[in-house]
Structures are given as C-alpha cells and as structure tokens.
Design a protein around this ligand. Structure first.
Ligand code: SDX
Length: 431
C-alpha cells in the first residue's frame, strides 16, 4: 500500500491514551486513517452503514461522487461505454489491462464455450413455482452451482479462481434467460457459440425452437451497454457482501449468490424494478408533483426510486449514458413518445430544480433510466434486477479474486452494545 509515511492523525482520548494513527494515501481519492491501534486500546470506531469506512484496498474501480467520476482500472466509464464492450470490460476488470486483439479473441472464445450449463441444472428449475420471482430462482440456482463444479473450488489456486470467473461470467446470461423462460412456460433455449454475449442473451430470452430468431443489432448493442454500465461499482452493498462471504473461504458460487441476495433489495439493485413500478403508479405527468411531495415528506416512507446515491452527490455518470441509450433504443423502436419516458424526463427535470433534491444532492442514478430501456426491449420488470446481476457478476468476481490474490483476514466487525448488563436467570415462577 502506498503510504504517506510522515502523515499521521493524532487521536486524544479523554482519560485514555493519545494515539498516533498512520494515514495511508491512495493513487487518487481520500486518504484513509489506519485505526488498527484502537482495539488494543479498548475501543472501536462506530460507523453504521459504513458511510465513512474504507473496508479494503482495491485497484479495480474508483468513484469520485462529488465530480460524478467512475473509472474502471483508470478508464472513464463514458469512454468504455462508447468504445468498449461488456466482455472487453470484463477482461479489463479481472486482469487490470485492456486486452490485445489476440487476448480479446481468446477471452471471448473461452467465455462463449462456457455458456452452457449442466443438463441436470435444467431439472433444478422445476422445483420452483412458475410464478417465483426470477431473482429468487437465480439466488438458488447460482448457489447450487458449487454442487456441479467440484473441479475448481480450491480458492487458493489462481487457475481455479480464473475458471470459476469464466464459468460465472459465461453462465449468468444462460441461467437468467432460463429463469425467464421457466416463468412463462417456454422451453429453455441453448446458447449459441456464433452469437456475441448480448446477442446470445437476447436469443435465449426471446428465441424459441419453432422458428428462427434474429436479434436486432441496436437492441443487442443497448443490452451490451447495460451489462457494461452495471459491471462494477467499488464497495457497494452487494460487492461488500461478496467480499465478506469470500473472506470466510466460501466457494465463489456461494459468494456470488450472496451478492445476488444483497443486490435484490429496492435500495440497491432492486431499484430499477421499483423505478418502473413508480413511473407506472405516477401514470401521468399531471401527478408528478404529488409524488415529488411524497418523496419530500419526512413522514412518508416513499422515496423517488432511481434518485440519490451514497457516493454520487452529482450526476451518476452511468445515468447520463443510460439516458442517451434510452433515446437511441426508443427511437429505433419508434417509441420516442413512450409515456413512461416522458414521465421520467419530466420527473427528472422537476426534481433537479426542486430545492429538497438540490440541497440533498439527489441526482438520477444508474437505475433511473435502465428500466425504460429494458421495458422497451421487451424484458419484464421482474427480470430487471436479474439483468443488473448478470452485468455485476464480473465486478463481484473481480473483487473476490483481488481479495484472494493478497493476504486477507476474515471480515468480523464489532458493535456498540446497548443491551442488558449481566443478570441472573429467573425461574418461571418468579417472572
Ligand atoms: C444502486 O452503492 C452503490 O454504488 C450502488 C449502485 C451500484 O452500482 O452498485 O450504484 C447501485 O444501488 C443505486 C441506488 C439505487 N437505489 C435507489 O434509487 C433507491 C432510492 N434511493 C435511496 O434509497 C437512497 O438515495 C440510497 C439508498 C441510494 C442512498 O441512501 P443513503 O446514502 O443512505 O442516503 P440517505 O438515505 O441517508 O439519504 C440522505 C437524505 C435523507 O434525508 P434526511 O434524513 O437527511 O432528511 O436524502 C433523502 C433521505 O431521506 N433521500 C431521498 C432519496 N434518497 C435519499 N429522499 C427522497 N427520494 C430519494 N430517492
């Protein structure tokens, strides 16, 4: 870790010691104060929600929330969205550098040859109800993958970690599409090795065995960009869940299942589904003010879904690209006058002028426009967070791999205890 050796924070504890805490400096971004001396001196830090806590050192992604900056291995998300592809970005996130032509071709070939899943997994789906939420199915099926791949579970072996990454990146679209097909009672479609990553996903989602299915290249490009924009985002809740699960030595499939579970919540990846439900509930531009007022009312739990972010106190750079993609897709489909897009754009304009949102620095985040694109492509709302999980799989596995590539400790936070002091058991006749 690069260090500002002569830089320290002095902590004077009343009635206790004065501690000189080392300050570590990263390449860019805030310095961190090393608090490891606190516990030997009988104290913990207290930081619910880890608002001010750096949980690890990482070189994968950097976010500057104040400036709306997102870098993957130093490359701005806007440039990757414009010039790269999801698989090329997967290579970048895992290996740290953009691939050469040969490396890219080799990586794409490897991933495409891992897209099929064990035939026995198909019967696994039949244990679910047809109306099960696809995220519930995905959680279960991904967790079960470790039952199929005993040959690559030695997490201390870099090659095992690499093959697990290939399998997860390659199979998530297949498992996701199978979750959808199962929910509508259609047969599963086998992946095709002649299609790109996003084309293959759309083919498995909307193709059927009775006729040829041609993927619309504009929709495939939009789908690929959605996967890319969701690829990684530093130590968000689901990535932190993957790291914490991985710190106990759990296998990669169990760790990714933990990430999927954490992502499902409406405050996190479930927000894209919640945005569509909110826009449909608003229903008409005339009702926007009513919902903005609800979002501002402290006594009303309603929040404007797709707005706000723990880190971004400026525009989420992904939201800007997503908005451009939404315009492209709806134009391609002749849906420029899509009522939900009109409500979304009007809602964004109102919120960005409203003092409440301006004061609290609440801007549209990655989830605000993604649902509109997915709905236009024909993907049901219940599949939106599944799409997020497919894109984010590479980020989860890249962080998991990075953690296992260097010495690490099992994650074990402490607490501020405010429960009962020690007391004696009371027999039931004395209670
Ligand atoms: C993702 O971490 C990541 O990087 C996540 C993510 C990723 O790529 O992994 O970027 C993906 O999860 C994006 C966020 C998607 N979630 C939503 O769109 C749900 C709506 N947003 C909020 O729930 C909220 O903004 C969070 C959860 C995203 C962030 O919450 P914080 O950082 O804990 O902020 P907060 O709840 O403390 O809010 C600060 C203030 C509060 O008011 P006060 O108590 O200070 O008076 O802002 C208010 C909040 O009430 N507020 C909102 C609001 N979001 C925050 N008020 C109305 N509508 C909102 N959306």
């Amino acid at each position: 870790m690069p260090d500002k050796s002569d830089s320290k924070a002095t902590l004077i504890i009343e009635g206790g010691p004065t501690l000189e805490l080392p300050i570590h400096q990263g390449t860019i971004g805030p310095d961190v104060i090393d608090i490891s001396q606190l516990t030997p001196n009988g104290r913990f830090t207290f930081d619910p929600g880890f608002v001010s806590t750096a949980s690890c050192e990482s070189q994968i992604t950097f976010i500057d929330g104040g400036k709306g900056v997102l870098l993957h291995r130093g490359y701005p998300i806007e440039q990757l969205a414009k010039h790269s592809s999801h698989l090329e970005t997967c290579y970048l996130l895992i290996y740290g550098e953009l691939p050469t032509k040969a490396q890219k071709a080799d990586f794409e070939y490897t991933i495409s040859r891992h897209t099929m899943v064990h035939e026995q997994l198909s019967t696994f789906y039949s244990g679910f109800r047809r109306d099960a939420h696809p995220m519930a199915i995905l959680c279960g099926v991904v967790g079960a993958l470790s039952a199929f791949y005993h040959d690559s579970l030695d997490i201390s072996d870099e090659k095992h970690r690499e093959i697990a990454a290939f399998r997860l990146i390659a199979k998530m679209p297949t498992l996701a599409a199978m979750s959808y097909k199962f929910s509508i009672g259609q047969p599963f479609m086998y992946p095709r090795n002649d299609l790109s990553y996003a084309e293959n996903f759309l083919f498995m989602m909307f193709g059927n065995p009775c006729e040829d299915y041609q993927v619309n290249p504009v929709l495939a490009r939009a789908m690929d960009r959605i996967f890319l924009l969701h690829a990684d985002h530093e130590q968000n809740a689901s990535t932190s869940a993957v790291r914490l699960t991985g710190s106990s030595g759990a296998n990669p499939f169990a760790c990714i299942a933990a990430g999927i579970a954490a992502l499902w919540g409406p405050s996190h990846g479930g927000a894209n589904e919640a945005v569509l439900e909110m826009l449909e509930e608003i229903g008409d531009e005339s009702r926007i003010d009513e919902f903005v007022a609800k979002a501002k009312n402290k006594n009303d739990p309603f929040r404007l879904m797709g707005f706000g972010h723990r880190v971004y106190k400026n525009f989420d750079p992904r939201a800007k690209v997503m908005k451009e993609t939404a315009d492209e897709v709806l134009k391609e489909l002749g849906l420029e006058n899509d009522p939900l897009l009109k409500i979304a754009k009007r809602l964004e304009a109102i919120a960005l002028e409203d003092d409440y949102f301006v004061q609290k620095k609440l801007y549209p985040n990655v989830d605000f426009y993604s649902g509109i694109i997915l709905k236009a492509i024909g993907i049901p709302t219940s599949m939106f967070t599944v799409i997020f999980a497919v894109g984010r799989t590479v980020g989860w596995i890249a962080h998991w791999h990075e953690m296992h590539s260097a010495p690490y400790k099992i994650g074990r936070p402490r607490q501020l205890y405010t429960g009962h002091p020690s007391r004696d058991y009371q027999s039931i006749d004395k209670r």
